[in-house]
Write a protein that binds this ligand. Structure first.
Ligand code: ADP
Length: 193
């Protein structure tokens, strides 16, 4: 049985941290579009050069670029049995494309995990992460506010889309210890199988 899980939530909610732990528990690869773009940027590929300024501003990379990158990634052998998607989809158009990509591969989105964290806590976490990681988009309060605005305006409507299309949507309280939150997510996913 395959397992395709969308990990969803605002910047700073802990998606990446949780994904790294969940992939072992679920036995599926972690596919982070943010990590993939940063990797292109670091390797100075054509795509990396194209997206560098967009990442720095906190805006979204154009859908055609992002969708194509995800389509190629999901076609790889390690994603045959499922994947943990982190940072994708980020708008309803991407969510529709993802349904198409998975359908073409004979799969579907099985679960959507929505991690909620209050906005003041998100800003605090992102600023803290910016000190250690060197991620430019985590160091500028204006860019952080922009990313939270993009989430509210463009990404949040995906939750309604998944509810309307009958997906299992699990709402998880993202405040607590990292372990507690992993257990909450595994509990929600386990209960749903
Ligand atoms: P965070 O969730 O902390 O904002 P990510 O690492 O998921 O960080 O994403 C970093 C940046 O990469 C985003 O601000 C955006 O510019 C770009 N990006 C990531 N995923 C997508 C996507 N699905 N569509 C468009 N742009 C994306």
């Amino acid at each position: 049985m395959s397992r395709f899980v969308v990990l969803f939530g605002p910047p700073g909610c802990g998606k990446g941290t949780q994904a790294a732990r969940l992939k072992a528990a679920l036995g599926v690869p972690h596919i982070s579009t943010g990590d993939m773009f940063r990797d292109h940027k670091a390797r100075k590929t054509e795509l990396g050069k194209r997206v560098e300024a967009i990442l720095a501003s906190g805006a979204l990379v154009p859908d055609d670029v992002t969708n194509e990158m995800v389509r190629e990634r999901l076609a790889q052998a390690d994603a045959k049995g499922g994947a943990l998607l982190d940072g994708y989809p980020r708008n309803v158009g991407q969510a529709e494309v993802l349904d198409g990509i998975l359908k073409d591969l004979g799969h579907r989105v099985d679960d959507v995990v929505v991690i909620s964290v209050p906005e003041d806590e998100l800003v605090r976490r992102l600023m803290e992460r910016g000190k250690g990681s060197g991620r430019a988009d985590d160091q500028d309060p204006a860019v952080i506010r922009n990313r939270l605005g993009v989430y509210r305006d463009q990404s949040e409507p995906c939750i309604g889309y998944y509810e309307r299309t009958g997906k299992r949507v699990h709402r998880i309280d993202g405040v607590g210890s990292i372990d507690e939150i992993t257990q909450r997510i595994l509990g929600a996913l386990g209960a749903a199988t």
